[in-house]
Each structure stands twice: as C-alpha cells, then as structure tokens.
Design a protein around this ligand. Structure first.
Ligand SMILES: Nc1ncnc2c1ncn2[C@@H]1O[C@H](COP(=O)(O)OP(=O)(O)OP(=O)(O)O)[C@@H](O)[C@H]1O
Length: 298
C-alpha cells in the first residue's frame, strides 16, 4: 500500500482540553475517505495538523512520506478547503481562481471555469460581496480544480443548497474517476456523501473509534421489520441499537450479522431485513455510552 498520510499516536491539547488523543491511521493513495464525528470530536484539529496549520502536541505525521511542516514540496501537493476560508478583501472570484492556479501544479483552468459557470458564480464579483452559498461554491471549485493528490474538504459546502451540493458530489465523482487522488471529506451530511465514501475514519472525543472500509461497515448492523411480537422474539438476546413501532409493526436495528439460517427462519415468519445506513450506524456508535464505545474501538 502507498500511504499518502501516516499518522502515529497523534495528540493535540489546548490547555486542559485534549482535542486529539493518541490517533493513528494511514490513508492510501487514490481513495475517498470520510472523516466523521460529532461536533467538537477533533476532526478540524486533525486536518489542521495534516496540513501543517497547527503543531501537534505529540505523535508523528507523515504526508507523502515527509513531515508536512514548512515543507513546500509536500504542501504543494495538498489542497485544504474549509468553510470559513478567508480571501483578501479586494479579490474577485477570478482572482481567487488565478491565485489558486499558481498554488496548485495540477490546476486545470478550463475545468475551473466550467465549474464556476455550473455553480453560477459571477467571476468578476468581489468575494466579500458573494452570498454564503456562492462563497462555499468558490471553495468547492478550487478544491476540485486543484486536482491536488491530497484534497481535503472540511465542510466546505455548508452554505450550498441541495441542488448545488448534488452538483458538487456528481462533479467530484466524475473527476475522481478520470483523475484519481486521495480525498478527505469531513461532513455531518453522512447520508448524502455515503455513496462517495470508500473508507470511514470516525473520531469520537478526540479518539479514533472506527477505521473501516464502507463495504465492511454495512455488515456491522442490520434492520429487521415485521410484526411487533415477532420482532421482539427475534431480537431477544441480541444487541439492539434501536427499536421503533408503529401500531402492530415494529422495526429494530441490531448490531452484528444475522446468520443465513436466522434470516431464513425470520423470513418464514414474515420478517424483512435491510442494511443499516452509514448515518444510522455512526449516530448510534457516537451516541453510546463510554464503555460501549471503548469496546467497539478495541
Ligand atoms: N484554538 C482552540 N483553543 C481551545 N480549544 C480548541 C481550539 N480549537 C479547537 N478546540 C477544542 O478542541 C476540540 C476539537 O475541536 P475541533 O474543531 O477539532 O472539532 P470538530 O470535530 O472539527 O468539530 P465540528 O464538527 O463542530 O467542526 C473541541 O473541544 C474544541 O472546543
């Protein structure tokens, strides 16, 4: 495996606050990662350390095999787009794109212009006069057109409406197919991005709770629906993540995998199975009690 990022025992403290505690992971070349977790989990802090915008309190970070701090040859291969991106007051959208072209060796100006048009960006307008959504779109255009070997999006699309977000996801997938690179998406819109993600890093209270391929995650839990009485009997003794009922019909989400025999017998009793969504799984895992979370991560 070619590791684009290798993080070992990474720690960051702000006074008494341990924002990141002993996190280790590797990111492969040409893969789309989801960096997920609740508010304050430590995601932005990790991204800031990966991109040399903050020093770690402890541990080791390698990006493209080298330390990223003040390392021009590494940082030229990285594009970090964040929601709160600030641009110089006098810059127009075109100025932002022109400067980005200088910063990113793989920049595709024609592609950037096409994206700006697709997102309806007025390229002659000053960035400080853009709406919040337009400002988000500028970040998205820069992130995509940079074609940086490591491209990181930290919730850059908070201001985008649903149509523009769908456009971003579609363009990202299209361009990634033609120009593979390593992408990190940090987002709370898990259901929306789940079709894009190949691998998930789940951060919880500064610790890495999950480091798993999405394909394998979908096998970690399942939902079963049917008559309430039969559901209760089926889930008895199992680890139930949630149970909902509507009249005589109930659904339960259960941790683990149902064996083929269990599925057959349940189907004979009219129960139906469906895979659990990534969002449901993440919500459950990060909403649980401390002891249970520790059991998952160990
Ligand atoms: N400059 C700072 N000074 C003190 N504490 C900080 C600082 N930056 C972050 N923190 C704290 O570190 C923890 C992790 O914050 P971080 O911004 O990395 O979380 P996050 O996962 O990106 O959250 P969100 O999804 O809300 O953006 C939080 O408890 C936060 O309050």
């Amino acid at each position: 495996m070619n590791a684009v990022v290798k993080v070992t025992n990474l720690t960051k403290s702000y006074g008494d606050t341990a924002a990141v505690s002993g996190v280790s992971f590797e990111l492969e070349e040409n893969k789309i990662y989801g960096l997920l977790g609740r508010n304050g989990a430590g995601k932005t802090t990790i991204m800031h350390m990966l991109t040399a915008q903050q020093f770690a309190s402890g541990g080791n970070i390698e990006v493209f095999g080298e330390e990223p701090y003040e390392n021009e040859s590494v940082l030229r291969r990285v594009c970090f787009i964040k929601e709160s991106q600030k641009y110089p007051q006098m810059f127009t959208v075109k100025d932002v794109l022109d400067v980005s072209a200088l910063l990113h060796p793989n920049w595709d100006a024609a592609y950037a212009a096409g994206l700006a048009e697709a997102f309806g960006l007025p390229t002659k307008r000053k960035v400080h006069k853009l709406s919040r959504g337009m400002l988000s779109a500028v970040g998205v255009v820069v992130g995509l057109a940079s074609r940086a070997p490591l491209t990181i999006f930290d919730e850059p699309y908070l201001g985008l409406d649903a149509v523009a977000r769908a456009l971003f996801y579609d363009r990202l997938l299209e361009d990634y197919a033609e120009h593979p690179r390593t992408v990190i998406l940090s987002t709370h819109l898990i259901d929306e991005v789940s079709r894009l993600l190949e691998h998930v890093l789940l951060i919880d209270q500064g610790r890495l709770l999950l480091d798993q391929d999405v394909e394998r995650l979908s096998g970690m839990a399942y939902t079963v629906v049917g008559s309430a009485a039969r559901i209760d009997s089926f889930v008895s003794g199992k680890k139930v993540l949630s149970r909902d009922a509507m009249g005589a019909i109930a659904s339960a989400t259960v941790m683990g995998e149902a064996s083929p025999q269990e599925r057959r017998e349940a189907a004979e009793r009219g129960l139906e199975f469906s895979p659990v969504s990534l969002q449901q799984l993440i919500v459950h895992l990060t909403g649980r009690q401390k002891e249970e979370r520790e059991a998952v991560s160990s």
